[in-house]
Design a protein around this ligand. Structure first.
Ligand code: MN
Length: 285
């Protein structure tokens, strides 16, 4: 199943280019009172949402996907863990250009582990990416985003994929520089997720997915998730040894080589096998 959040927080069932407004399905979610539980309510209750979405499709208003304002399909993650330098070819390009990539941070993921991006950086495809520091280099990083489906603590890699609710295309936007990664990658709009959420059963094995990003039609990054240094099960195993992953947590699995700057007016088109295409515009406030 493919679910999007669109316009004024409507819930959409995506079938090809069609989107059915199944917002009525959200009535199965429990009422929330302060303090609200951490984690995304839609993903926490996905087992109830999926049949409710199927029921709500009958008689639902239908739209074209390309006509909608797409928000992040995950509204309330508790955290966004992200993998640094998780493709060998990206490690090589970073090591070869210390002026841009600042050598002290080009370390092996096996040594440095994961970092966290701010939840307030999360936007959807139609929101676009804001260039807040035009005097500095802001790069695109296309990544497979893995959405956790149930609490995961000390999970083995053998069991890891049973904790995955689904996947989406992610953009880990980054200002190059010497500050901590968590700061340079946490600006408003610097985590793009979309165009919708795809349940794990539609993806199967997350290894072997081709990914491509073009900017204004020019190919920038083209790679395959089979070349991840630490694969999706390995990332879940690693992360869950340090903290409990919660439903709706978004693991940004790392970017391949070809990272390059964007400027206001650019359009990024991101494609990942079995998910689809996400178009994202770059603007200056
Ligand atoms: Mn990244």
């Amino acid at each position: 199943m493919r679910l999007c959040r669109f316009n004024d927080n409507r819930l959409g069932l995506v079938e090809g280019e069609d989107v059915f407004d199944v917002t009525a399905a959200l009535s199965v979610l429990p009422a929330l009172h302060w303090p609200v539980p951490l984690g995304d309510a839609l993903i926490t209750h996905l087992d109830k949402i999926i049949p409710a979405v199927r029921d709500a499709k009958a008689g639902a208003e239908k739209f074209k996907l390309s006509d909608l304002h797409l928000l992040s399909p995950i509204a309330n993650p508790s955290k966004i863990p992200a993998a640094p330098v998780n493709y060998l070819a990206h490690e090589a390009e970073a090591a070869a250009d210390p002026a841009t990539f600042h050598g002290q941070q080009v370390a092996k993921i096996q040594n440095v582990g994961l970092f966290l991006k701010s939840c307030s950086s999360l936007v959807g495809a139609s929101d676009g990416v804001e260039i807040a520091h035009p005097e500095r280099r802001t790069d695109h990083e296309i990544e497979l985003a893995c959405i956790i489906g149930k609490p995961a603590r000390n999970v083995s890699r053998a069991d890891a994929l049973t904790y995955v609710a689904g996947y989406a295309i992610g953009l880990d936007m980054t200002i190059r520089g010497i500050e901590e990664r968590s700061l340079r990658k946490s600006l408003d709009s610097f985590t793009v997720l979309g165009p919708y959420f795809v349940t794990a059963d539609e993806i199967g094995d997350p290894a072997g997915l081709d990914m491509l990003i073009t900017v204004n039609g020019e190919t920038r990054q083209h790679a395959n998730t089979r070349d991840l240094v630490i694969d999706v099960p390995g990332l879940i195993e690693m992360a869950s040894r340090f903290y409990t992953l919660l439903p709706g947590d978004i693991i940004m699995t790392g970017t391949p080589d070809g990272v390059a700057p964007v400027k206001p007016g650019d359009e990024m088109v991101c494609t990942i096998d079995k998910i689809g295409e996400m178009r994202v515009k770059v603007y200056q406030a």
